[in-house]
Design a binder for this molecule. Structure first.
Ligand SMILES: [Mn+2]
Length: 456
C-alpha cells in the first residue's frame, strides 16, 4: 500500500499539497519548464502539456501574463500549479525545457532568476521564423499552428493520457494561436490535436469562456480608440490599415484588442502603434492576411518577434517609432502578387475565321472552356467561350465563323495588376477568362482555375 496524502487522498508522489511543500522546502528545483515572457494561452497550454510529458519537471510562470491566461490560472491553479520567478531564484536546474519560443530575449526573466545556466536545455517551439539563439539548446521544431498542438500529439503518440482540465487548457491554446482555425498557420495537425483533446475530455464551453474577447473595460476603450484612429494606406499593392493610439500605462490584453479590430477590417494588413505614456515605451502589433507580407521583416528594426502574419515589438527607447514604421513599410521589399504570378503565359488562341464547330472540337480536345481570339495583326479581337458555342448551336450556325458569336466587349487586366484588381475584374464582371494585355498585345490568360489554385 502506497502512503497517501490525508487531504487529497492521492499517492504522495502525485499530491499537489506535498508538491507545494516540497517545492518550497527545496530551494533549487532540479528540472524546470518555462515559456516566454508575458505568456499567452498557447504558452500556458504548452507548459501544461510539457508537464504531462515530463512529470519530473516543474513549470514556471512568467512575471506578466495575458488576461485570458490569468483567468485560466485562477480556475485551474490547483490542477496546474506553477512556480513563480521568486521560487526559482538562484536555482541551478540540471534540465530546462523551453516551450513556445526559441529566442533568448523572450526567456530573459527566467535566465536572470536562475543561479546558473542549466546543463541541458531542450526547446519545443513552432516559431520557425524566429532566431534560435539560446546557446547550447537542442531544438525540437514543430510546424503546427500552435505549440500546444505538437506537444498534444506527442502525448497521444507516447500513450500519455491527460486530465480533462489539462486538455481544456491545451485546447484553449490551440484555438488562440490558430485564430479559431482561420489563420494561415493552421495545419491538419491542429485539427488532429483538437480531436484528441476532446477525447481526453476537454471542455469547449470553458474554452469559449477563456477566448471571450475584450473582457476588461480598458480593452473596450482601446478597441474604440484604435478604430477611431484607423486610416487605410497602400504599400506595395497591399491595403494596410494603420492606427496610432496613446494609453497612460501598459495594460495587458492589447494584442487581443488588435485581433478583434483585425477580424472586423477587410484589409490585408493591420498595424497598430500604442504609445505607452508613463514609461515612454512603444508597442507595435501587426496582423497580416497575406503570406508575402512579412511582418517580422517590417518589425525587424524594432526587434519584433512572432510569426510572419502575427508579430509584435516593444520599443523601450524614445525613437520616432511611427515615422520609422512608415519608412519600413515603404522600404521592405515585398511585392504583392500580380496578374503575372497568376496567369498562364502559354495561351491557346484562335483566329476570327475559325468555324464554331472547329473551336468546339478544340475545346473538347483541350478541356478549355474559352480562348482569346486574335486578329491577323496579333491583336486581341474578342473572347470565345463554350457559352458562345451553345448560342451558335441553338441558331444552327456551327459552320459560321466565330467572329459572329465571340464577345467583343473584353474585360482584361494589365500584368502589374494586383490580386485585388484581378478579383474585381473576374468576380465583378463574372468572367471566367481574363486576358492579360500589355497595350494591345496578349501576354497571358487568367482562368478560374488559376484563381482557385492561388487560394489552395
Ligand atoms: Mn504559440
Amino acid at each position: 500500500m502506497v502512503a497517501g496524502c490525508t487531504f487529497c487522498l492521492q499517492a504522495l508522489n502525485r499530491c499537489f499539497i506535498i508538491g507545494i511543500i516540497m517545492s518550497e522546502s527545496r530551494p533549487t528545483p532540479d528540472a524546470l519548464i518555462i515559456g516566454h515572457a508575458n505568456m499567452d494561452l498557447d504558452c500556458l497550454g504548452s507548459l501544461a502539456l510539457a508537464k504531462a510529458l515530463f512529470p519530473d519537471h516543474q513549470p514556471v510562470r512568467s512575471r506578466l501574463a495575458h488576461p485570458a491566461v490569468k483567468e485560466v490560472l485562477m480556475v485551474y491553479q490547483y490542477e496546474l500549479p506553477l512556480l513563480t520567478l521568486k521560487e526559482i531564484k538562484g536555482a541551478v536546474p540540471t534540465s530546462l525545457i523551453v516551450v513556445d519560443t526559441r529566442t533568448k530575449s523572450r526567456i530573459r526573466e527566467f535566465l536572470d532568476a536562475l543561479g546558473d545556466v542549466p546543463e541541458t536545455i531542450t526547446i519545443y517551439d513552432h516559431h520557425r521564423n524566429e532566431e534560435a539563439d539560446i546557446p547550447g539548446a537542442r531544438l525540437v521544431e514543430s510546424h503546427e499552428g500552435a505549440e500546444s498542438t505538437s506537444l498534444a500529439l506527442m502525448c497521444r503518440d507516447t500513450g500519455v493520457t491527460l486530465k480533462p482540465d489539462i486538455a481544456t487548457i491545451a485546447l484553449a491554446g490551440i484555438y488562440a494561436d490558430t485564430g479559431n482555425f482561420t489563420h494561415n498557420n493552421t495545419t491538419p495537425g491542429d485539427f488532429q490535436a483538437v480531436s484528441w483533446l476532446m477525447e481526453q475530455g476537454a471542455s469547449l464551453k470553458m474554452v469559449r469562456r477563456f477566448l471571450r474577447p475584450l473582457r476588461e473595460p480598458s480593452q473596450a476603450d482601446l478597441f474604440h480608440l484604435i478604430l477611431g484612429n484607423l486610416s487605410w494606406r497602400r504599400f506595395h499593392g497591399y491595403v494596410v490599415a494603420l492606427s496610432r493610439v496613446e494609453i497612460s500605462e501598459q495594460t495587458a490584453g492589447v494584442a487581443e484588442v488588435v485581433d478583434r479590430v483585425f477580424a472586423d477590417e477587410p484589409v490585408d494588413v493591420l498595424l497598430v502603434l500604442v504609445d505607452i505614456r508613463d514609461k515612454g515605451h512603444h508597442l507595435v502589433i501587426g496582423r497580416s492576411r497575406k503570406e508575402r507580407f512579412n511582418l517580422l521583416e517590417v518589425l525587424a528594426s524594432f526587434d519584433g518577434h512572432g510569426h510572419i502574419s502575427a508579430a509584435s515589438a516593444l520599443v523601450k527607447d524614445s525613437r520616432e517609432v511611427w515615422n520609422e514604421l512608415l519608412k519600413r513599410l515603404e522600404a521592405v521589399p515585398m511585392d504583392a502578387l500580380t496578374a503575372v504570378d497568376l496567369m498562364s503565359g502559354e495561351v491557346t488562341t484562335i483566329s476570327p475565321e475559325t468555324s464554331v464547330i472547329d473551336a468546339s472540337i478544340l475545346f473538347e480536345q483541350t478541356g478549355f472552356s474559352g480562348a482569346p481570339v486574335l486578329d491577323s495583326n496579333g491583336d486581341l479581337a474578342g473572347m470565345f467561350s463554350l457559352k458562345d458555342v451553345s448560342k451558335a448551336r441553338k441558331a444552327g450556325a456551327m459552320k459560321a465563323p466565330i467572329s459572329a458569336y465571340m464577345s467583343r466587349r473584353i474585360i482584361s487586366c494589365s500584368p502589374g495588376d494586383t490580386i485585388r484588381e484581378v478579383e474585381r475584374h473576374m468576380l465583378g464582371h463574372n468572367v471566367g477568362h481574363l486576358p492579360v494585355l500589355e497595350g494591345t498585345r496578349l501576354v497571358g490568360l487568367i482562368t478560374r482555375g488559376d484563381y482557385k489554385k492561388f487560394y489552395s
